[in-house]
Each structure stands twice: as C-alpha cells, then as structure tokens.
Design a protein around this ligand. Structure first.
Ligand code: UT7
Length: 336
C-alpha cells in the first residue's frame, strides 16, 4: 500500500467580477440580503468572448498545479474531472483536458457529485495511488454556472449564490507513510435528489416535454434549490463527516490546523467553526469573493490557503463538502 499526497495546486477564476450591486440591476435583490444570508460580496462570471468554458478554466488551473508539482504532463496517469456544468452533455470534460494539455492518450474520468465532486475525485485518485496502479493523478473541479442561471427575480434564491471558476490538484505517490491523504469518507442520500437539482433537459425530460409542461413560460431548465432544507441537512452532514474522518484517524477537532469547507454559505462555515471551536486562523473562507463555485470551491480555497502560507508541512488539513444529491464527503490530510 502506498500513500498519496498533493504535490501541486492551481486555480483559475474569470476576470469578470459581478458584484451584488450588479445583480440588483437585473433582479429584485439587495447587497444587504445577499451578504446577510450568504456572506457573498461578489463572484466571477465568464464573459461572452473571453474564451473560458468549464474545460478551459479547468485546464488553466491544472497547468498551474502541474508546474508547481514539477510534473510533466506526459507523466499523468489519470485525469479526474469533477463538474456539474460540463461543456457538453457528453463526452465529459476529462477528455478535453487530456487534449488541451497535449497528452497523447491517457485515462480520463468525470465525476458527477456536484459540491462534493472534488472530494469524491480526490478519493478516487487516492485509491488508485494507494493500490499502486497509478503514480500521478490530476484532479480538477471546475464550474461554469453563470451560463445556466435564471437572472430574473424568479431565480434569485439560486442565482445570487453561484460563481464560476476552477481549481486543480496534482496527486502523487508519497514515500512517507504517515503523511499525505490519511483517509476520505463519502456519502449520498438520493431521496433528496430533486431538492437541489436541474431536472431538464435530460433523458428523462427532453426539451419538447419541458415546453409542453410550461407552455406559458420560458423553458425552465434552471437549477432548483430548496434552500432551507439544504441548509439544515448541510450543517448536520458537515459535522458528521468531519467527525467520521477524525475518529477514523484517532484525532480530535483540537488537532485541526486548517479546515477548508466547501464554500456553500458563510453561515454554514461559521456554524461548523463554532461547533468545532476553531478560531479564524484555522478556517479558510473565500465565498465573499467567489460565491459558491460547487466542485471548484475546495480546490480554489485550498490553493489560496497554500499560496498564503496557511497550509504547511505537517499540518492537519480537513476538507469537507455537502451538496446536491444529497452527497457529502471529507478528506483528512497530513500535509506532506
Ligand atoms: O452548495 C450547495 C449547497 N447549498 C447550500 O448549502 C445552500 C443552503 N441554503 C442557503 O444558503 C439559504 O437557504 C439561502 C441563502 C439560499 C436562502 O436563505 P434563507 O434564509 O433560507 O431564505 P429563504 O429561501 O427562506 O427566503 C426568505 C425570503 C423569501 O421571501 P419571503 O417569502 O419571506 O417574502 C425569499 O423570496 O427571502 C426571499 N429571497 C430573496 N430576497 C432578496 C430569496 N432570495 C432572495 C434574494 N434577494 N436573492
């Protein structure tokens, strides 16, 4: 059995900043409401013509991660790509990354676990490295939300929250057995599948059916979120999955040096921080600047925390996520 470690991190966010004030020009909302309920001040949106797509942003983040890891693209054994907003219905973005990076051929896998997608992807990568099958695995989380949101007042409870961006991590085999990814913990509860979802168009509801069901309206292929239900489940599942990871490694909340929560809502992160008695220096949040970037949120936050020197060798780093599915997951890492 081998250990895996994160050898390089990268992020990319579009240059175009959309403030809460900007959103008030197209829908009935306010800076006060958004900040008070979510903590978000601004987010990034792809601008038409800037060349960004989910795959392109993922590629930009991946390039930085590879450079920092000092690993040649041709030494990548597997690409794992997490997104809920792929460029194409099919194929997935993983194969696009392989092409964009200019790798001849390599395995590429897409993960469909929404806000938990990056931690799921990390777990997949970790298992392949632990068994010895692969040495270097590139894990990417990237989202283009802005192209698929309802910018009318009807969609305000969802639209103000989400932003675009990408983050990436290069995982490699770790020689030290007590360092790297100690464990990952994955869960799902499909009875809540529709509570945070985009139902159509899909193979279950193609466009003609959507139009037939909503003859008077715009075609409703926008995300739906039962915000309060999601919030209530999130705080419970975040806590559970963090404790599960700590207990598995015979650790306690006191051992945490850096907690990086999926950036769903600043109030959720603050609730968890308080519950685990962590001070501000032990939690990294950037939802204020980027909104919720779903599968990209943890790798973007982890990259920034590392860039700011807040994640150091020997630190216990805890990642945790909750979102659509419902799915939730954690990773316990002893930084190598
Ligand atoms: O990453 C995936 C996981 N996602 C989450 O974890 C999100 C979890 N949920 C949340 O963060 C919160 O539920 C929201 C931030 C989405 C909403 O906050 P809330 O306190 O649950 O608000 P609400 O949905 O209960 O709505 C309260 C009021 C409603 O008006 P009335 O019925 O009281 O008159 C909404 O219509 O706020 C209204 N509202 C808004 N007002 C201004 C909803 N969205 C907006 C908005 N601007 N953008």
């Amino acid at each position: 059995m081998y250990q895996s470690k994160i050898a390089g991190l990268g992020k990319y966010v579009p240059e175009n900043i959309v403030t809460n004030e900007d959103l008030t020009k197209v829908m009935d909302t306010s800076d006060e409401w958004i900040q008070e309920r979510t903590g978000i001040k601004e987010r990034r949106h792809i601008k038409k013509g800037d060349g960004n797509t989910t795959a392109v942003m993922g590629y930009k983040a991946a390039k930085t991660a590879l450079e920092r890891a000092g690993i040649d693209k041709n030494d990548i054994d597997l690409i794992v790509f997490a997104t809920l907003s792929p460029d194409y219905y099919f194929p997935g973005c993983g194969v696009q990354i392989q092409e964009l990076l200019g790798i001849g051929t390599c395995p590429a896998l897409d993960v469909r676990n929404q806000c938990s997608g990056f931690v799921y992807g990390l777990s997949v990568a970790d298992q392949f490295i632990k068994t010895g099958m692969y040495k270097n695995v590139l894990v990417i989380g990237s989202e283009n939300h802005s192209g698929g949101l309802d910018f009318s007042t009807r969609g305000r409870n969802v639209t103000v929250i989400f932003g675009d961006g990408a983050g990436a991590a290069l995982l490699t085999r770790c020689e030290e057995t007590d360092k790297g990814i100690l464990s990952t913990h994955l869960h799902s509860e499909g009875k809540f599948a529709e509570e945070l979802s985009l139902i159509g168009p899909s193979t279950n509801k193609w466009v003609p059916e959507l139009i037939e069901e909503n003859p008077q309206e715009d075609i409703p292929y926008y995300p739906y979120m039962n915000g309060q239900l999601v919030f209530k489940n999130a705080v419970v599942r975040f806590s559970e999955v963090i404790m599960e990871g700590l207990n598995h490694n015979k650790l306690t909340p006191n051992d945490i040096n850096m907690f990086i929560p999926h950036q769903a809502n600043l109030r959720i992160s603050q609730f968890i921080q308080k519950k685990f008695k962590l001070d501000d220096s032990q939690v990294y949040n950037n939802i204020q600047r980027y909104g919720n970037t779903t599968a990209a949120s943890i790798p973007i936050a982890l990259t920034e925390a590392w860039e700011e020197g807040k994640v150091k060798s020997g630190d216990l780093v805890v990642l945790a996520a909750f979102g659509s599915g419902f799915t939730w997951a954690s990773a316990i890492i002893r930084w190598a």
